[in-house]
Design a protein around this ligand. Structure first.
Ligand code: WQD
Length: 332
């Protein structure tokens, strides 16, 4: 089976390519390298000892997409490509609406013209907004608080309308909670070039001396220790969830959404202290004011994904901390 992976040199995309190749799928990757490096292609090949095709290009470019679909017999698509920085999306909404919506609609139109109607879509728990209760189930109300999240929710609605119009479409919508960690080889992982927006990349840069001190955004939330609680999931567990989703869309013609989380919530302080313990390293931090838009707590009820995809996360918070640090130490 030939799987097209858009955004396949990105953080989650690259880990998913490793698991696809390990599961003996043929992989074709497209990426415009706007937020990833070309050397990830060789690293995926080195980890898996498998070859695959890479095309540098943009999903907004239908001519480029037509070329890829003409040159390859594609059976299904995993669509990661898109901008994903919440803060940037607030400052530059048009950039996010143009890129994330245009790229997805272009991809869907080309898929349709080649009669490729099996899709796994990279969505986000951010579509739940501020949940009424916890843990979060897939049938909870959907709302968003930033343009990035709105693009994800709009794309989900587009996919639901598409399936309604033609139920030959087989679609799995995966709502990620907080992916962290890296492949145990230390060859691929997350290491933003600029100042990280997300917690774990910031912790790691403080631990490796690249940044001076972590600011913990508020300790007056309604949580175990006042700091924000999130459902951190190892990126390799997340990647394996995509393999189960591909199996599902290849087998059935349905559309459904699945929470990819562990079901466990950890506070910022708990994660920092676990990181320090596991890696035997110091991480300086201070408590500062809340970050606008943050919510107290967010964690998944992953039982539906277990029931429908036969998937569940297995890697621990210790392994997430160890693997995150291992990657950046090897790629400073
Ligand atoms: C986690 C916790 C912060 C940084 C975001 C996106 C979501 C998804 C994952 C794309 C919160 C605290 C953070 C820091 C801190 N991305 N924090 N100091 O906000 O849960 O989710 O990333 O799909 O869509 O919204 O992740 O890592 O930014 O924050 O105290 O320097 O860490 O307040 O409690 P978040 P995060």
């Amino acid at each position: 089976m030939n799987i097209l992976v858009t955004g396949g040199t990105g953080y989650i995309g690259s880990h998913t390519c490793v698991e696809l190749l390990n599961s003996n799928y043929n992989v074709i990757v497209i990426d415009n390298l706007s937020n990833s490096k070309i050397d990830v292609v060789d690293k995926i090949k080195k980890i898996t000892n498998k070859d695959f095709k890479f095309y540098e290009g943009d999903c907004c470019n239908k001519e480029f997409l037509n070329k890829v679909f003409t040159e390859n017999q594609i059976d299904a698509v995993i669509h990661f490509a898109g901008f994903k920085a919440v803060g940037e999306s607030v400052l530059k909404p048009l950039k996010y609406y143009r890129n994330n919506l245009d790229s997805t609609i272009s991809l869907l139109e080309v898929m349709n013209s080649f009669n490729v109607k099996k899709l796994v879509f990279s969505s986000s728990a951010t579509v739940y907004g501020k949940p009424e209760s916890l843990p979060i189930k897939e049938n909870f109300p959907l709302s968003t608080t930033n343009p990035y999240g709105s693009t994800k929710l709009m794309i989900e609605d587009i996919l639901r309308d598409l399936h309604k119009s033609d139920n030959d479409w087989s679609i799995a919508i995966l709502r990620y909670f907080n992916p962290i960690g890296a492949h145990k080889s230390g060859l691929i992982g997350e290491n933003p070039n600029d100042i990280p927006n997300n917690l774990m990349p910031y912790i790691v840069k403080v631990a490796t001396g690249q940044l001076d001190e972590l600011s913990i955004f508020g300790n007056d939330y309604d949580t175990v220790d006042g700091t924000g609680v999130r459902d951190y999931i190892h990126v390799v567990d997340l990647a394996k969830g995509h393999i189960k989703a591909i199996e599902k869309v290849l087998k059935e013609n349905t559309i459904d959404s699945y929470n990819l989380g562990t079901g466990n919530g950890y506070s910022v302080l708990e994660l920092v202290k676990t990181f320090i313990k596991v890696n035997n390293v110091d991480v300086k931090y201070k408590i500062t004011k809340r970050r606008p838009g943050d919510i107290d707590a967010c964690y998944a009820d992953p039982s539906y994904a277990k029931e429908k995809l036969n998937w569940e996360a297995s890697l621990t918070i210790d392994e997430m901390c160890r693997d995150a640090y291992n990657y950046v130490k090897k790629n400073k």
